[in-house]
Design a protein around this ligand. Structure first.
Ligand SMILES: Nc1ncnc2c1ncn2[C@@H]1O[C@H](COP(=O)(O)OP(=O)(O)OP(=O)(O)O)[C@@H](O)[C@H]1O
Ligand SMILES: [Mg+2]
Length: 229
């Protein structure tokens, strides 16, 4: 479970203070699929960075599965990121010198999982995202959609309890975006992990169980699919 309690993150820009997040409180249940929407500059990436333990709030608490991230040590945070968290970026962030399977297995090797086990798990994840026939392609031999599906497989390979995605379809054409959405639906249906997706796209937001809309660093609206609240 992810919980924000009165979270504020501010940036000083010369004379001005930007309230990237302004006293935000919210809760995301384990295995829930939530879309975070809002205009450019509304605080979406700031929110994701706080939940990912990549940044700390100026006030308030960020709790993920009971761990208070704002108070955690560097060691606790790096353990949290390596063990409990998967992140999918807009620009895929795959390693060009590794092939698809090696990219997907990299987080496991980092954790000292035996090669054979890592490969088996990597292939399982490539199956989940429909990339099993591309395992020995290098990154430059993939389409954008294939790169993103590989990145999702990599983010899931160590069975994280939380998967965060920042504009995961931002660089995809419509057909590839649909494939990525189908994967998110499947991740949600199979209850593999808590899924938080930041997006500008209504199509993406509509696949989530709940939408949280930010505006000027505050929660402007929340709605469940088909129900306004
Ligand atoms: N390092 C920083 N220094 C100063 N201001 C920042 C910094 N990072 C973010 N901000 C400001 O905080 C606000 C929220 O930024 P954030 O990146 O969270 O927006 P966003 O909703 O992700 O936008 P986008 O849709 O464009 O990615 C913006 O007004 C931005 O200018
Ligand atoms: Mg952003």
């Amino acid at each position: 479970m992810i919980q924000l309690k009165n979270v504020t993150r501010r940036y000083q820009q010369g004379e001005n203070v930007v309230l990237a997040l302004d006293d935000v409180s919210l809760r995301i249940e384990a295995q829930e699929y939530v879309a975070v929407t809002g205009e450019s500059g509304s605080g979406k990436s700031t929110f994701l960075h706080l939940v990912g333990g990549l940044d700390k709030p100026d006030a308030g608490e960020v709790l993920v599965n009971g761990l208070a991230l704002q108070a955690a040590s560097e060691r606790e945070l790096s353990e949290y990121r390596a063990r409990d968290l998967g992140i999918v970026f807009q620009f895929f962030n795959l390693l060009p010198t590794l092939d698809v399977l090696e990219n997907v297995c990299a987080p496991l090797q980092f954790q000292g999982v035996k090669h054979r086990q890592a490969v088996a798990r990597g292939r399982e994840m490539l199956g989940l995202v429909g990339m099993e026939k591309r395992e020995h392609h290098f990154v430059h031999q993939l389409s954008g959609g294939e790169m993103q599906r590989t990145a999702i497989a990599r983010a899931l390979v160590h069975r994280p309890r939380v998967l965060l995605a920042d504009e995961p379809t931002g660089n995809l054409d419509a057909a590839n975006a649909v494939k990525v959405l189908e994967i998110f639906r499947r991740i949600s249906d199979e209850r593999l992990t808590t899924l938080v997706v930041v997006t500008h796209s209504d199509e993406v937001a509509e696949t989530a169980q709940r939408r949280i809309r930010l505006r000027n660093g505050r929660v402007e609206a929340e709605e469940r699919v088909g129900v306004s609240a």
